[in-house]
Design a protein around this ligand. Structure first.
Ligand code: OAD
Length: 236
């Protein structure tokens, strides 16, 4: 049973998204059927030690993921969220995804907890945007150092400014909609509990139960792209 939400009944709405949000676009999830971490060992591709050992191999892996993401398109669920953001004064998207799919659908207020495929970082010259299938270069144009994808990898510290921004938005929301996350990666896994303890109505959209289901009054076990248009009565 999918309830109908009237956005104007809420002051602050958070969409909290994970890999399942992009699944219907064709971007593989990390865990579960067809998940990236079943196919690739993160210790060889997604941690600082792997990058220090063989930066070329790690960059080639991320380049493949960028190419694959660009063959995928945002779906109706992404578009519903972007449309609501235009209509409603206080919609924020907090995403664990690095694929930029929300932005491609037109969303602007997107807090990216785990970084982005579309940025690279030089330890001396900082972060630069790099959009396209291939990286513009594997090394910094100014100093020649290897450029690191600006993504939070396993064993990395999270960006505390980004986490504080997300936590404070979540603590103030009165509607929290969690979509397509297995809820096992912290601190993001704690966000539904924060929202729920602060009195928000919490809704989960995920075909599989997750550890976060317990904090949600509505648990909708269907796919995001099908549910979101119905949830906001935007089927036409
Ligand atoms: P996971 O791959 O762990 O979980 C994806 C979730 O999406 C699962 O619970 C699925 O049941 C659900 N799902 C699948 N298809 C769906 C659909 N059509 N609609 C709704 N839900 C669907 O992905 P995350 O929880 O996002 O970190 O993973 C968290 C972090 O772990 C990722 O950000 C990534 C990974 O290591 C980094 O890249 C730093």
């Amino acid at each position: 049973m999918i309830p109908t939400i009237q956005p104007d009944d809420y002051q602050h709405i958070i969409f909290f998204t994970g890999a399942g949000m992009s699944a219907e676009s064709g971007v593989p999830t990390y865990r579960g059927h067809g998940g990236i971490w079943h196919q690739y060992n993160w210790e060889a591709y997604a941690c600082q030690k792997a990058f220090d050992r063989d930066p070329q191999k790690v960059l080639e892996f991320h380049e493949l993921r960028r190419k694959a993401a660009l063959t995928c398109q945002p779906h109706d669920g992404h578009r519903v969220i972007a449309e609501l953001e235009q209509q409603h004064p206080a919609v924020t998207i907090v995403t664990q995804n690095v694929d930029g799919m929300h932005q491609r659908a037109g969303s602007e207020k997107v807090i990216e907890l785990h970084g982005s495929y579309w940025r690279v970082r030089c330890s001396r010259h900082g972060v630069t945007e790099d959009i396209g299938e291939a990286y513009s270069g594997y090394t910094c144009a100014q100093c020649g150092e290897w450029l690191r994808p600006d993504i939070i990898w396993f064993e990395d510290m999270l960006n505390q400014t980004v986490i504080s921004q997300a936590t404070s938005a979540i603590a103030q929301c009165d509607l929290f909609i969690s979509i397509g996350t297995s809820g096992v990666v912290w601190p993001a896994a704690g966000f539904p509990e924060i929202a729920s303890k602060n009195g928000a109505r919490c809704i989960e959209i995920n075909p599989e139960p997750s550890p976060q289901s317990q904090f949600c009054s509505d648990v909708i076990t269907q796919a995001a792209g099908e549910v979101l248009p119905k949830l906001f009565d935007l089927c036409n």
